[in-house]
Structure formats: C-alpha cells, structure tokens
Design a protein around this ligand. Structure first.
Ligand SMILES: [Zn+2]
Length: 462
C-alpha cells in the first residue's frame, strides 16, 4: 500500500476525492494538516496532486458519553425478570459485575471499546468515569489508578479523550446513604478535587457531577467552582432526567423537575452537556435549547434500558443542540445512534424524514453535522467539522464499498446512515495521526488479545 501522506512545507497534504465541508460535498479537495494535528488549509482547486485519499472525507463524530467498562457487560442483563423488568434491575447487574473488575481489566476493556468506536467513525470520546475505588470501596495506593488506566487505554487506541472524572457522593436525593454497590464510585470532595487536578496533567478533562440524585446542591456548587479553577472553558457534564422515577424523586425532594431544578440553580451554558434529558416538559425543553448547552442523546442505550423518548423534533425546531453517545456501549456505531434517532421519531409520528424539515434536505447530513458539532462542543474539542484551524479528526469513507457505490454528493451520507450494517469506514485520523487504515486498527490485534483475556477471566469471576 503506498503511503497516504506527503510532507509539504511543514504541513502534510492529502488530496481527497471529496470532502463534507460546510454542509456540502466538495469534490477534489486538498487538505493540509500541520504537525500539531490541525487543518492548515483547504484548497478546493486542488491544484498539484499530492497523496490521494480515495473516497469521501467526513468529520469524525465525537462520542459525548461513554462508560467504557460497561462494554464488557453488554448482553449480560438481557434475560426476562420475574416481573416488570427495568433500568433499576439492570443497575443491580451492573453493580455485581463491576465488583470483579481489576485495573488491568478496566484498561483492556476501555482500549477495545475505543478501537471499536474508531472503526465505526467516532474519533473522540468523553469518558464519564465514575469508577474510582477498589472493589471493597477503599482507595487504590494510587488515588488516580483507574483514571490513569482510562487515559492509557485512550492513548493506546489513539482516540481523542476528554476525561470526565465523576463526583458521586450519595445514594439518592436528600442525602440518601449510598448502597454497597456504589462504593467503588464514592469520593469526598477534596479527594475529587485532587483527582481532577492530577488528571488535568495527563488528559483534557472536564468536570462531571454524576446526577442530582448522587450529588447534593452544595457539592454541585463546589464542582462548578472547581471547573472554573481548571479553566474557563472546562466542560461540565451531568446525567439528568433519564428515568421517570428520577423525575418523581426530584419532585418529591425539591418540588421541581430535574432539568428545571438544574436550570434554576446552575448557570447552564454552552460548556454544559445534559446527558439524556429524556423526561422534560415543553418549558424545560425550550429553556434547555435557549441555554446553548448540548443534550447528550444516547439512543441505543436509552432503548436498551427502556428510558423513554427525547422530544427531538420540537427541540431542534427551538434551535437545541445535541450530540450522540455510546453510554453503556451496547453499540459502537455513530450510524446506529443517528439512524435510531430518526427511526424512533418515525415510529412515533408515523411519518418519514422527520428530523429535518427543509424540503429536499438530507436527514443524514443534517443529523451527522449536528452531532459532530454538538459533540465537539460538549467535549471542549476543537473538531467536529472540516475547517481551517480545527483538529484533523477525519473519517474516510470507501465510496466503492457496496453500501455507497453508485451514490453521489449527500446521497453518500444518506446511504451511510440508512443502508445496511457493513461499515464503509476505510481510514480514520485523530488529530492528524492515522489510527485506522484500510478498515484495520493499527493496534487492534494486541488490544483485542488483551480484551479477550480479560473477558475470559471475568467469565469465571462474575
Ligand atoms: Zn451514563
């Protein structure tokens, strides 16, 4: 295989057959990438041919919400319960599973999880990381042991990481005591502050109070102050209104619904990602849209857990921003997230092409571009579009693949999102460095072997 890159004048130049730029597919574009991983220039009159990228180049999708360790329990909670099965019984399975996880397991699982995401077109991940302690609830000798494992996994896989150490303080609204299953998550605020400060030296980080049920108002205030200390642009993520029971419990505790409570008490703005925000009324929805925050939609996990349906169409009409997340990692595919974002609303409304209302506009392109921009905003990562100055997080689609062959222009994206299950992802670049070539992750074999060993061990231990 010939090399794909050529260094010209300090930048590396690529000639793409086509690229998705500013909402349109532009043919024959030269993309120059600086040594710092950012796009230096885009030349639509490609001029002198450099190295050739056969196919369509699209912006990589940021994954705005992941719990990597849950990749290893996908499929473990799919047996019918004695009666009305629900999220809360799934959570009990998850608590039992993670009691067996070692730091080595966490790293091996996360690396595999990120490789799988890269192979499908994600290029960065916000890891909402709440596993801090040893199985008995005590600290590891290295307080940041498991956070460092996540950072190492991301580095090995080559995915862009926004690490979100999670503050988890209580078992439920009103300072309910934590359960035994939650003891690996718990940190005092001072320990949390030290963890964030340390990890800021190893990764791009954000602050993540777990949820209103797990963090009391005074700790939420302190977490926001900590975020400001770490940097004015520090991302802030929180789970909110995922389950109807959470809404009922929040109403009983405060008299307000969770998203309304958050918007009333916290300066929610474009630095925030509200993960799920599934159960919102019209007033909360309009306020969330107006805040500039990103709704973190995790469609496949929300479906798997039976969470409910986010009101996407009115939210988009109100100018709301969103991105997509793999959350429990039952799916590693941004295409599956986007496809089901649209399909669920089609089923609900008994209509077609519902998340884009401009006549003739491509639903796939609209969802893809919104998710890329919203995800990048949520991660605090200067990516999410192919533009000068942005990080070169790029996905090259093989336009000769059976999924795409014969399509042109935005029709290529319509086919990618809505045709079949084989992926046409050919090459993937993160911050200017190739991590997937010809459909193969460069370290996929060794990472896969470590993952297999961890899974076999866990099969005996759980
Ligand atoms: Zn989550």
């Amino acid at each position: 295989m010939p090399p794909l890159d050529a260094t010209v004048g300090g930048a590396t130049s690529y000639l793409a057959d086509a690229a998705l730029i500013g909402g349109e597919v532009v043919e024959r574009v030269r993309i120059d990438i600086r040594s710092d991983g950012r796009i230096a220039a885009l030349d639509r009159n490609a001029g002198q041919a450099r190295e050739h990228l056969a196919g369509l180049v699209v912006p990589g999708i940021p994954n705005l919400h992941s719990h990597a360790f849950q990749r290893a329990m996908a499929g473990l909670a799919e047996r019918a319960g004695p009666e009305g099965d629900n999220f809360w019984r799934w959570r009990e399975v998850m608590y039992r599973f993670l009691a067996a996880l070692t730091p080595e397991d966490v790293q091996a699982i996360a690396a595999q999880c990120y490789v799988e995401q890269l192979l499908q077109g994600y290029t960065s991940v916000a890891e909402f990381h709440y596993l801090h302690n040893a199985p008995d609830g005590t600290s590891y000798a290295e307080r940041a042991e498991l956070s460092l494992r996540i950072a190492a996994a991301a580095e090995a896989a080559g995915i862009g990481l926004t690490l979100l150490p999670v503050l988890y303080r209580q078992g439920g609204f009103g300072a309910a005591p934590p359960t035994e299953g939650q003891r690996r998550f718990l940190l005092g605020f001072d320990a949390y502050q030290r963890l964030c400060t340390k990890m800021a030296k190893h990764a791009h980080i954000g602050v993540a109070p777990h949820s209103l049920r797990a963090v009391a108002p005074d700790d939420l205030t302190r977490a926001i102050a900590l975020a400001d200390t770490l940097g004015p642009a520090t991302p802030r993520h929180i789970h909110v209104a995922e389950q109807e029971r959470e809404v009922a419990d929040c109403l009983a505790w405060s008299g307000a619904r969770p998203v309304a409570w958050l918007l009333d008490h916290v300066p929610v703005d474009a630095r925030w990602c509200l993960v799920h925000a599934t159960h919102i009324d019209a007033d909360e929805r309009a306020r969330l849209a107006a805040s500039g925050a990103v709704a973190g939609l995790c469609q496949t996990t929300e479906a798997n857990l039976g969470d409910g349906i986010f009101a996407l169409r009115p939210y988009l009409a109100e100018g709301g921003r969103f991105g997509v997340g793999t959350d429990s990692n039952v799916s590693a595919s941004p295409v599956e997230e986007l496809r089901w974002l649209e399909y669920v609303r089609r089923l609900e409304s008994r209509a077609r092409n519902v998340s884009e209302t401009r006549p003739g506009a491509s639903v796939a392109a609209s969802l893809l571009e919104r998710a890329a921009r919203g995800g990048a905003q949520a991660l605090g990562r200067e990516a999410g579009e192919i533009a000068v100055g942005r990080l070169a997080d790029l996905v090259v689609l093989d336009t000769d693949h059976p999924t795409l062959v014969g399509r042109r222009g935005l029709g290529l994206l319509d086919a990618w999102v809505f045709c079949g299950n084989a992926t046409p992802v050919r090459h993937v670049m993160v911050g200017g460095a190739w991590v997937v070539r010809e459909g193969m992750h460069l370290r996929g074999r060794e990472i896969g072997a470590a993952f297999a060993a961890a899974m076999r061990r866990l099969a005996e231990a759980v």
